[in-house]
Write a protein that binds this ligand. Structure first.
Ligand code: ZN
Length: 252
């Protein structure tokens, strides 16, 4: 029976790993529902042409010039709902159903991505923090678990250096929590891009007030996916903390 204390903690980790996955399920379902909402509202308003027959690409270019933002190019990209603004290359990439489509939905999505380009041009503060967090979060998510596990082992092995072990565990949890911080800072960035989009669609006269309301429905559905993203990352953090604290208790 001597192998049990040796393999015990590892076994506990695997059991916990499966058990705690249950925590993620509600967030996962929420994310699926949010994704479904985006797809269905996009499909619905893709079928409705805007009164002036303006395509996504035309809307983006018009908003850029109205906002006096230069050096940003609007180019087509593959896929469905793959639209994005790349701050590194300074390009607004619009998907197949957005770039050349004169629908209410296409113009709404294009205006949202243009909103990100304007955020960058105007040095919108939350966007700056977000871009700083990208590499930090990546490193953090890799280092979190090893650091916390080393901390547990140190606490376990040496009473004297227990404080150092505890500090490592705390650091591991902090690094893991950066993903949730990243998801949190994404929210104002996304909501602000949609707010700019709605305002610009109206002020440039690309859409009528009624059309802007409809385009706004697609954007609100998209915003919900970021709320779901935050929920999922908070649940992952909770799961991480439960696993680390249980391992710590079991090793003592
Ligand atoms: Zn966005």
């Amino acid at each position: 029976m001597i192998f049990i204390p040796v393999f015990g903690p590892a076994l506990i980790f695997y059991v916990l790993d499966y058990l705690t996955l249950i925590i993620i399920i509600p967030g996962f379902l929420f994310a699926l529902w949010a994704q479904y909402r985006v797809k269905s509202s996009f499909a619905k308003y893709s079928k409705i042409p805007n009164a002036r027959g303006i395509t996504g690409a035309e809307a983006a270019r018009k908003i850029l010039s109205q906002a006096n933002v230069y050096g940003v190019s609007v180019i087509p990209c593959r896929g469905n709902l793959t639209d994005n603004f790349n701050p590194k290359t300074g390009t607004i990439n619009l998907s197949e159903n957005v770039f050349g489509t004169p629908s209410v939905a296409a113009v709404g999505i294009a205006a949202h991505e243009t909103g990100h380009a304007i955020q960058k041009a105007k040095n919108y503060f939350p966007m700056k923090i977000r871009s700083i967090l990208v590499p930090v979060t990546k490193i953090g998510s890799y280092a979190a678990l090893p650091l916390a596990l080393i901390g547990i082992v140190i606490e376990w092995l040496a009473e004297a250096s227990g404080n150092f072990g505890t500090a490592l565990i705390a650091l591991g949890i902090f690094l893991y929590s950066l993903s949730a911080v990243f998801a949190l800072i994404t929210l104002p960035v996304e909501l602000n891009a949609s707010k700019r989009a709605r305002r610009m669609l109206l002020s440039t006269g690309i859409l009528t007030a009624e059309e802007t309301k409809r385009a706004g429905k697609v954007l609100s559905a998209a915003a919900l996916t970021y709320v779901a993203g935050l929920t999922v990352s908070l649940l992952y953090l909770l799961r991480f903390i439960i696993i680390i604290l249980s391992l710590r208790r079991n090793r003592r």
